[in-house]
Design a protein around this ligand. Structure first.
Ligand SMILES: Cc1ncc(COP(=O)(O)O)c(C=O)c1O
Length: 369
């Protein structure tokens, strides 16, 4: 089988958070050529030409200057997180995370022997009072946050929250790891710039990836660093042995950015996802009304919905699958196993027609007896 998760027969699975195969732009890659150097062991921070082009594009996207020297290439955000765990933490260390958070990051931290400590969020992201108390009491290896279109809640930190968060990281000298996977997937106004853009002296790593804005099979991403943590990542024997990451993918993507094809593709992609979000949101709203509290995001991949009447979606999951629909339950995303009344629904993987059918199936599944 060529792909990680094929769409299941007979079930509309709103749990899976992956791009729709039908939207992947294979035609953009039809006539690409490589230079001989692209096939050699690459520069350790990643191909220079690619980083220059990436920096120019990101500077426009973020409306904030990005320096190519402050970028390193990764094979995606999962790879960046793994590298960060290896280089910035030791087994037994605490990592401060949002509650809820990206479930696979929690799993990855666990695999490195780290202990995620879940901190509460409000409508503007991680709560700073709780964060500061935790920074004072523990000596965490790092803070992990998802600032834009958070997975799973869809929340975006406003500018002021970002500034305060970065100031805390600097004050307590605690590395701040910002997983900015959905940063460029806005449907209206842009979110404020990534956390690495605020203070050149603060120890911040902003992780970016092409997985959700171009193609996950490229395994291509980047880390933008402020402060002085990047050299300790690049000091890994991984780079000494294997050179920079993803030289071939970098060479394939560089011209797509330089000639504007990525940017044009992204305009269409944002429109597609915005329509899908609207379809799922409206469908749920009309079928469930006040019974569901739905935080509507302004970008990203996910709707986070919470039953206001005590219903626990996980308890209905087996029946849901029999009735042709699926989702991820809230506790999966919580280091404290909270959020029993919530579920995460992805609007990116299916076309609008299927989302409408999924809403009807959910309405039937959760109909009051
Ligand atoms: C918050 C978050 N981080 C990382 C990833 C994975 O990123 P990549 O494909 O770049 O490894 C995802 C994908 O679902 C995600 O939602």
């Amino acid at each position: 089988m060529a792909i990680q998760i094929p769409k299941p027969d007979g079930i509309i699975d709103l749990g899976v958070g992956q791009p729709d195969l039908d939207l992947l732009p294979v035609t953009l890659f039809r006539s690409m050529t490589l230079r001989r150097e692209n096939l050699a062991y690459g520069e350790e921070a990643g191909d220079h030409r690619f980083r220059q082009t990436l920096a120019t594009w990101l500077s426009g996207e973020y409306e904030h200057p990005v320096d190519a020297e402050r970028l390193m290439v990764t094979t995606g955000n999962s790879n960046a997180l793994d590298l960060i765990c290896s280089r910035l933490a030791r087994a037994g260390d605490t990592v401060l995370v949002e509650d809820p958070s990206y479930f696979i990051a929690l799993k990855l931290f666990g695999e490195h022997g780290l202990k995620p400590m879940a901190l509460p969020m409000d409508d503007h992201g991680i709560r700073l009072d709780a964060l500061e108390a935790a920074l004072q009491r523990h000596k965490p290896a790092f803070i992990y946050t998802i600032p834009s279109y958070h997975n799973p809640t869809g929340i975006t930190q406003p500018l002021e929250r970002r500034e305060q968060l970065v100031a805390l990281a600097r004050h307590y000298r605690c590395p701040l790891v910002a997983d900015e996977v959905y940063q460029c997937l806005y449907f209206g106004q842009k979110p404020p710039p990534p956390l690495a853009c605020y203070d050149p002296k603060a120890p911040v790593l902003s992780l970016g990836t092409f997985s959700k804005i171009l193609a996950p099979g490229l395994r291509l991403g980047w880390i933008q660093g402020s402060g002085d943590i990047m050299p300790s990542l690049l000091g890994s024997a991984l780079f000494k042995s294997g050179g920079g990451l993803a030289p071939v993918s970098s060479a394939l993507v560089e011209p797509l950015i330089a000639n504007g094809e990525l940017q044009r593709y992204l305009v269409g992609l944002r429109q597609q996802y915005r329509s899908r979000l609207e379809r799922l949101y409206q469908g749920l709203h009309s079928d469930f009304g006040e019974r569901l509290q739905i935080a509507k995001p302004e970008g990203g991949y996910f709707l986070w919905v919470t039953f206001t009447d005590g219903t626990e979606p996980m308890r209905r999951l087996a029946v849901a699958k029999q009735q042709g629909v699926s989702y991820f339950g809230g506790p999966l995303f919580s280091a404290n196993k909270g959020f029993a009344n919530s579920m995460r629904l992805c609007f990116a993987w299916y076309a609008e027609q299927e989302l409408t059918i999924a809403c009807k199936r959910l309405a039937r599944l959760f109909a009051r007896q």
